[in-house]
Design a protein around this ligand. Structure first.
Ligand code: DX5
Ligand code: ZN
Length: 224
């Protein structure tokens, strides 16, 4: 099954509860929460209190994407606040193994993230210990950017490695995802589609999730 993960970065924060309810009704599988520190990426966004509030407002799993330098410092706090999945960037820490182990110790599901210019090969020593790999298909820091097509090859590589080594990690893609590229992303091997602008800036976010899910499932049916 393909999972749709609306990114609340593009939501109306003054009405976040309603926005979340809309995507729940549309059939979202996860809520993607972008945490930015103004250092690893040139922007600031959401912190621990927002995750704690979301935890009370929805039963959807919270997928916390840490775009933070030295993410180890904040893992326990986000897990405590109710994050179900926590991902750290390969580029953001020299202690990736420690960060991944810490996420699991804190009771969350660990993921690792690759910027567009970071090769899949840099994950060879950690892939057997993560539950998911997040492939950035834009340079992180902002919503509403254009999808970088070269990242499709990385999704394919991750799918091939998974089959070759009988691994179980899921492949997530984030940035510039919308109706125009859902089918090719699913065919390349994406299991989780993160989308902000194409869902929350659509007139009807619930319907946008529904359509994206239908397009993804149709592409999956063609693939097998
Ligand atoms: C970008 C974030 C994304 C962003 C995606 O740094 O990691 O999750 O919200 O937004 P869209 O779907 O608008 O590209
Ligand atoms: Zn993200």
């Amino acid at each position: 099954m393909i999972q749709i993960a609306p990114s609340i970065l593009a939501a109306n924060f003054a009405a976040l509860g309603e926005e979340v309810r809309a995507v729940e009704q549309g059939g979202a599988s996860l809520l993607h929460v972008d945490v930015m520190d103004g250092q690893f990426v040139p922007n600031l966004s959401i912190g621990v209190p927002v995750v704690a509030s979301l935890r009370k407002a929805t039963a959807l799993p919270l997928d916390v994407h840490l775009m933070v330098e030295g993410p180890e410092r904040f893992i326990a706090a986000f897990a405590e606040a109710g994050a179900d999945m926590i991902s750290v960037h390969q580029e953001a820490t020299p202690h990736l193994d420690r960060a991944v182990a810490l996420i699991r110790e804190c009771g969350a599901s660990p993921g690792v993230v690759l910027n567009p210019a970071t090769p899949v090969a840099t994950l060879s020593e950690i892939l057997d210990r993560v539950d998911f790999v997040l492939v950035m298909s834009v340079n992180p820091g902002f919503g509403g950017q254009k999808f970088i097509p070269a990242t499709l090859g990385k999704i394919q590589q991750l799918r091939e490695l998974r089959a070759r080594y009988h691994s179980a990690y899921r492949i997530e893609v984030d940035g510039g995802v919308g109706p125009e590229n859902v089918a090719e992303l699913v065919r390349a091997g994406a299991d989780i589609l993160v989308a902000g602008t194409s869902i929350f800036h659509a007139g009807d976010p619930a319907e946008a999730v529904r359509r994206m899910k239908q397009a993804a499932e149709a592409a999956l049916a063609q693939k097998v």
